[in-house]
Design a protein around this ligand. Sequence first.
Ligand SMILES: Nc1ncnc2c1ncn2[C@@H]1O[C@H](COP(=O)(O)OP(=O)(O)OP(=O)(O)O)[C@@H](O)[C@H]1O
Length: 318
Amino acid sequence: MLAIEVENLTKQYGKHFKAVEKASFSVETGEILALLGPNGAGKTTLFKMMTSLSKITAGKVNIMGYDLHKDEYKVKSLIGYSCQEIGLDPESSVLFNMRLFGKYQHIYGDKLKKRVDFLLQLFELKEVENRKVKLLSGGMKKKLEIATSLIAEPKILFLDEPTLGLDIESRKKLWGYIQQLNEEQEMTIILTTHYLEEAEKLCDKLVILESGKIIKQGYINDLKEEVANDLIKINFSKYEEHEAIEYAYSKLTNLSFVNEVKKVKQELIVSVSNGRSYITDILDETKNWKYNIKSIMVTEASLEDIYLEHTGNYIREV
Ligand SMILES: Nc1ncnc2c1ncn2[C@@H]1O[C@H](COP(=O)(O)OP(=O)(O)OP(=O)(O)O)[C@@H](O)[C@H]1O
């Protein structure tokens, strides 16, 4: 069953600027989808429209078969939304914030107490339940943001930059919680991220957004297969980089087994059908070059290569 269906979703600010333009994609129940894109691509705007926090200019959102426009109340009962601006009160305790968010969502009494307790255990926040939010670490705050969005037992979870600014250890821990929610509770999850590693680790599906438009989408495995080629990445010494890249580019594009050569910043990326078997041919070719090669590496296509293939740029990670 489709959990999320978005059709031609558009957000216009003012007369001419479209922050999101005709976005269409879908997510099956139990899948995790990543919306990937640089700053200002329109990820948050898309999320806000899908969660009815921002008015839709044009297009449609269906959540578990319910039209957001016609059944807003029902849709809201099915989703949880976690973002930085969620509005935690920094001067109050973890417990107080959790209970307050429960009340916002019309959950009271024993039911609220049990749910809050369950979530604090799940996210290992029980020990700090009486601590003021302003005294929590970044990782704890992120966990609390997610926990508050889960109080009403949503079927679909929206996570806006769930691990932004966290160190890699805290990030990995949060990935564990997200996977647990997905696997144990069959929760459908849609998240925005700048981190390719995050999308690769967690997600089944990918939507790449640039300047408000979807430029590529699909299952990560299919997208990797599309890139199909292995990539041989060549770097040169800094002082002769530019000249060397131009020279190597002209030489490599003439080799019969090379499918494509791309110049990306200080790197040459050579696509070949079977990198491992051709690496010696490439090394032979480079023997006579007068330029110093700093490194030469064979890799299988990664999410970064998929991103590069479709955007022509490495994603700017922050
Ligand atoms: N209320 C608004 N009025 C006018 N323009 C806006 C408004 N909100 C957002 N924008 C613009 O819409 C574009 C998309 O912004 P959005 O916050 O959705 O991007 P994003 O992909 O989430 O970026 P980031 O990763 O930096 O959060 C940006 O150019 C932003 O400046």
